[in-house]
Structure formats: structure tokens, C-alpha cells
Design a binder for this molecule. Structure first.
Ligand code: ACM
Ligand code: ZN
Length: 617
């Protein structure tokens, strides 16, 4: 009987896909302008692609589209290349035409879909690639399948004119706290590409592990990539697993990732931490430290450590060697040099550091940090690249050409912009994906703050205090994925999605169209696409959040929150499961010691999410 039921479900799904009505246009991030028109365009095995260009501008976009259709639909399109000035550039039937339009900006594209043909116009490879990403989101979700599906591969007719709000749209990944293999890195990059991110910030060195092969210093990966054990629970637990943990990327693997990302219009931004978060390197080469400790080892718990690089000639020579190999591997114009969380306690005690302060007429250890960063900046600038660093590179004076990644709050970004320096906004209270997105009482361990999806979505990355002429220095946004409490790829996806989509939307879309209800509507369509890709995203949006606040010794006040538009919250106090006949929540209420609040959101009378429970304690 079960088998028969499954067959009916499978046939219904198949028919639904084949016969289902063409979806409404629902895209994340929201394009700048969509004009819907009549009809649909249907892809089939006879559809052909024509590239009107004299070079390889459209190569990546075309092969991405071909690959997706090859896998999901079981057919690839024939493709021909024709001279860019061919007058028939926009005619012919059952065709997808890629056309160069030099009047469009970098990353901009125009997508014109009629029943006869699809015309993609862009001046550069990235615009065409983004047009393909938009087109894929207009198709049935099955287009994201890696197995052949029988669908009617139709898209609604429309004209879409689109370009990003910011030139920098980043996602960061810490591969030091936990290590992720190249298969997952590629998947991470593919998901970024789907949402038009264009910078993969690869956090490669830390106190707990050095993850990039450096040919001149094999010790960095032989020894520096393996910590002897890892803390269990928070960094304060004092309990360790007793199991060595490690991993690193060979230079060959890194080249593959850089190339893979480039094909998806994503620049890989490498981060080599200095002067702090350097314990893994110092464990291999203790002479690079201030030499105040009995021994140096990789960190086995999370946090900030006093063992940092000492600003001496050997250290600068070492870092220059490392960065020379890094710059050979990564074509990125920006090189991330960290700069965050460098305690000054060792420098205060170190005779060499104190001598450096006197010799260079520096005021204090903060100016010594600035000296350190400026010296490294000179080296990086001499190779034609520029530095980006976390907020703390502002300490003691900003290096002349530096970009600031503002994580402590907005102040770093504001200060940078006011000094005519570029800034990327990644304030931890908004854009740190390692923070709780659901109730800490029921979620697995995360970092401390509560940053639900709506909080991420509502954040405006251009601080109001900036004058109009200063606002141009806000270069973009970044979602940060620190992995102390993310031990595997599934956990990374759960923490990053869907919150990264809110960052993607702030990075790409026009802020005048910002609308939470509309975002949630599109998000629910988008969940179908993420399902098709097997992404382990969080569904916390559907859950309610109960807070119990102290009143007096005999009473407490219960408040129930939901960010999900259009739902009713029902609750019980007697321990029973809430139904749509239970108490309807309208405002905070008083509970006594014996009562337990159980609450759930209902959409159109149907329960969604899971039941939240909170009692007196
Ligand atoms: C940081 O979170 N330490 C940049
Ligand atoms: Zn020192």
C-alpha cells in the first residue's frame, strides 16, 4: 500500500512539474527593475545559444547555463559564436542570444524574454553570468537538480534591467576553527554565485590552525595545521576532546578554487592574520614572537591570545615571504591582513617592542600596531595590491591605502569613510552568521548574540551619519561565517542560510524597495530552490520566540514574538499543544509559577514552525 501511495505522489510531482503553471517572478536578490509581459519562453533540446561577441566574454555564463540544463533537463544547447556587429543579433526563434552592450556598466545586465527568444545583454562577463542566475531562478526549482527531471522548462516573459547597489558583496568563511574540504568550498562558492555575491573571503590562518601550504615554510602545514585537541562546549568549559584536529589546502587545491570561483565571477580574498591570531605560525617559528613564553603551541580553544608576532626584521621577512606566495596564488587586488584582536600585553613587556616604539617615535603599542600594518601595506602596495583589514587597523592611524572591514560595529566603517577610505560593512551584531538565529534554549550552541533573519534584513549598511559625499566609500557588505561552533558543512549551511540571503539583498538590491513582507514572500519560493539543491537552511523564521520577564515574586510576564508576516500566534498554559482553538496571542500576559507557555504560529489556520515552550525558570 505504501508503495502505491509513493507512486501516486511521485506521478503527481512529475505532472506538477510538467504541467504546472509558470511561476511568478520571484528572485533573490531582488532585481532593480522587472517589467512583466505576456507569454512564456520554453527551453527544449532544439533551443540554441548564440554569442554575439568577438571574444570569450560570455563563455562562463553560457557554460554555466549549459551545465545546469545538461544535468537537470538532460539536454545541452548548441552554441555558436558570431561577430559582435552582426545585424541579426536579436532575431531568430527558440534562441538564447548573448549580446555585448558596451553602454552597460560592469556587472549590469539586461534580460529580454519573449516567447520567441531570450536576449541577454551585458558589457562584461559578470553581467551575463548574473543574467543566467536570474534566469535560473525564473525556471522550475528542478533546474537546480543534479539528476534529470521531466519538466516544462518555461520562464515568464519579461524585461529585467539589473545592476548591483555595491561593488563588494562578500561571504567570509573561517576554515581554521573547523576545516572544510574543497568539495564543500566549491559548494559554498556555488551558493554564493546563485545569490550574486562576488567576493569569497577565505580566512586561512588563525591561532587554532594554519590552512594554506607555503612552499618556503613547509612547517606551517606539517605542524601548524594540526592542533592537539579541541575544546568541547564554549571556550570556558575547560573540557577537551583529546583528539588531534587538522587540515590544509595545497597550493594546487587553492589554484583550483581560485579558478572555480573566477568562473562564477567571484574573487577569492585570502586572509593572512597579523599581528594577532598568529599562534599556529608562532608554534612553528617561536622566534617570530616576543619570546616571553616557556613554549608555544597552537590554541586548542577559541578566543584571543597574547602570543602575537613581534615586529622584528625576521617577522617582516617571514610575512613578506608568505605574502609573496599568497599573491602568486590569488589574483585579488585586495589582500586581507587581519589586524583584529591583537592584545598589547606581550609588546608592553618585550624589550624589542619597546625599543621599536622609542626608535620610531611612536606614542604607544597602538601606534606600534599601526607601524606594523603600514610596513606590511608598503610591501603589498609595492606588488601592486592593496590591503584590507578588520577595524583595529584604525588603531594608531590608518595605513594610507587601506580598506576597513567594519566588524566591531559601524564606527570603523564610519571613521574610514570620513577619512576617504573604503569600508566594507560587516558589523557583528547584524552580519555575523555564527550568532543565534533562534531560541538559544532550543538551538545548538552558537555565539552569544541573537541575530534573527529580520535583524539582518533590516540593517542599512550605509550609516545615516555619513555625509552624502562620504557614502560612496561604503564599498559593500559581508556575511561572516566564523566556525567555532560549526563542525561540519551542514551546520555551516544552517547558520548561513537564509541569513546570507538578507545580506545578498542589501548588497545588490535598491534600498528604496526594501520590504520585509515582500522579502519573506520571495524567500518562501526560494526555499524550494534551496531544497532542490539540498541546502540545510534554518526554518527559524517560522518559529515564535517566547521571552519570560521577571515581574514580582508571584508573577512573570510572557511576551511572544514572531517576524513571520500574516500569522496568528496561539498559546496554551496547561502544557497541551496549541491549536488554532487555543488562546490567541494579542499582547504580553502574566503567568504564575505553575504555568508553562506553549506557543506556535499559524498561517491561514495551519500550524507552521515548531512549538516553543517556556516555563517559569
Ligand atoms: C573578528 O571577529 N575577530 C574579526
Ligand atoms: Zn616583541
Amino acid at each position: 500500500m505504501k508503495k502505491i501511495l509513493w507512486c501516486i505522489v511521485a506521478v503527481a510531482l512529475l505532472l506538477g512539474c510538467r504541467e504546472g503553471k509558470v511561476r511568478e517572478i520571484s528572485i533573490i536578490p531582488q532585481p532593480q527593475k522587472i517589467t512583466e509581459t505576456e507569454g512564456t519562453f520554453t527551453f527544449n533540446s532544439k533551443t540554441t545559444i548564440t554569442e554575439y561577441s568577438d571574444d570569450s566574454t560570455f563563455l562562463n555564463a553560457v557554460s554555466y547555463l549549459q551545465e545546469r540544463f545538461g544535468k537537470a533537463a538532460g539536454f545541452k544547447f548548441g552554441c555558436e559564436q558570431t561577430s559582435a556587429d552582426d545585424p541579426t543579433a536579436t532575431s531568430g526563434e527558440n534562441r538564447i542570444i548573448f549580446r555585448k552592450d558596451n553602454s552597460l556598466k560592469q556587472e549590469e545586465y539586461k534580460l529580454d524574454i519573449t516567447p520567441e527568444r531570450i536576449v541577454v545583454a551585458s558589457s562584461a562577463a559578470n553581467g551575463a553570468f548574473y543574467a543566467v542566475q536570474t534566469l535560473l531562478q525564473m525556471l522550475p526549482n528542478e533546474i537546480y537538480s543534479n539528476e534529470k527531471r521531466n519538466c516544462k522548462w518555461s520562464v515568464p516573459c519579461a524585461t529585467i534591467e539589473d545592476s548591483p547597489r555595491f561593488s563588494y558583496r562578500g561571504m567570509h568563511l573561517d576554515v581554521c576553527s573547523h576545516f572544510f574540504d574543497t568539495t564543500f568550498i566549491k559548494r559554498y562558492i556555488d551558493l554564493m554565485a546563485m545569490h550574486k555575491f562576488n567576493v569569497f573571503h577565505w580566512h586561512l590562518t588563525e591561532d587554532q590552525g594554519w590552512r594554506i601550504e607555503i612552499k618556503k615554510y613547509p612547517e606551517l602545514t606539517e605542524k601548524g595545521s594540526v592542533r592537539k585537541e579541541t575544546v568541547i562546549g564554549t571556550l570556558y568549559s575547560g573540557i577537551y576532546d583529546g583528539t588531534p584536529y587538522g587540515g590544509f589546502y595545497t597550493q594546487q587545491e587553492i589554484k583550483e578554487i581560485v579558478e572555480y570561483a573566477a568562473k562564477r565571477c567571484i574573487t577569492v580574498l585570502p586572509e593572512i592574520e597579523m599581528p594577532g591570531h598568529a599562534r599556529a605560525a608562532i608554534a612553528c617559528f617561536p622566534h617570530l614572537s616576543c619570546g616571553l613564553e616557556e613554549s608555544y603551541e597552537l590554541a586548542t580553544r577559541w578566543g584571543v591570545f597574547r602570543q602575537v608576532y613581534c615586529p622584528k626584521d625576521e617577522t617582516f621577512a617571514f610575512l613578506e615571504d608568505v605574502l609573496t606566495e599568497v599573491m602568486e596564488l590569488f589574483p585579488s587586488q585586495l589582500i586581507h591582513i587581519g589586524g583584529d584582536e591583537c592584545p598589547k600585553s606581550s609588546w608592553k613587556k618585550c624589550p624589542h617592542c619597546q625599543m621599536m616604539i622609542r626608535k620610531h617615535g611612536l606614542k604607544d603599542e597602538f601606534e606600534l600596531q599601526s607601524y606594523f600594518i603600514q610596513r606590511m601595506e608598503k610591501f603589498i602596495n609595492s606588488k601592486g595590491r592593496s590591503i584590507i583589514g578588520w577595524d583595529e587597523i584604525l588603531q594608531g592611524g590608518l595605513a594610507p591605502n587601506a580598506t576597513v572591514m567594519s566588524w566591531l560595529g559601524e564606527e570603523g566603517g564610519i571613521k574610514a569613510a570620513q577619512q576617504s577610505h573604503y569600508a566594507v560593512m560587516a558589523p557583528h551584531t547584524k552580519y555575523y552568521m555564527d550568532y543565534y538565529q533562534g531560541d538559544p534554549d532550543t538551538e545548538k550552541l552558537c555565539m552569544g548574540h541573537f541575530v534573527p533573519l529580520k535583524e539582518v534584513y533590516d540593517y542599512n549598511p550605509v550609516p545615516e551619519v555619513l555625509k552624502p559625499e562620504e557614502r560612496q566609500y561604503i564599498k559593500g557588505v559581508e556575511a561572516c561565517v566564523w566556525t567555532e561552533y560549526m563542525e561540519n558543512p551542514q551546520r555551516v549551511e544552517y547558520m548561513a542560510y537564509p541569513r546570507a540571503l538578507a545580506v545578498a539583498e542589501s548588497g545588490w538590491s535598491n534600498p528604496s524597495g526594501k520590504n520585509w513582507e515582500n522579502f519573506v514572500e520571495r524567500l518562501q519560493d526560494h526555499f524550494g530552490r534551496l531544497d532542490a539543491r539540498g541546502v540545510n537552511y534554518s526554518k527559524n523564521l517560522y518559529n515564535v520566540f517566547i521571552t519570560i520577564t521577571k515581574d514580582d515574586i508571584y508573577s512573570k510576564v510572557a511576551t511572544i514574538r514572531t517576524d513571520m508576516p500574516g500569522v496568528d500566534i496561539y498559546y496554551t498554559l496547561d502544557g497541551s499543544e496549541p491549536t488554532n482553538a487555543s488562546n490567541l496571542y494579542t499582547k504580553p500576559f502574566v503567568i504564575n509559577k505553575s504555568e508553562v507557555v506553549k506557543a506556535r504560529a499559524f498561517l491561514n489556520g495551519k500550524p507552521i514552525g515548531v512549538t516553543a515552550t517556556k516555563g517559569w525558570n
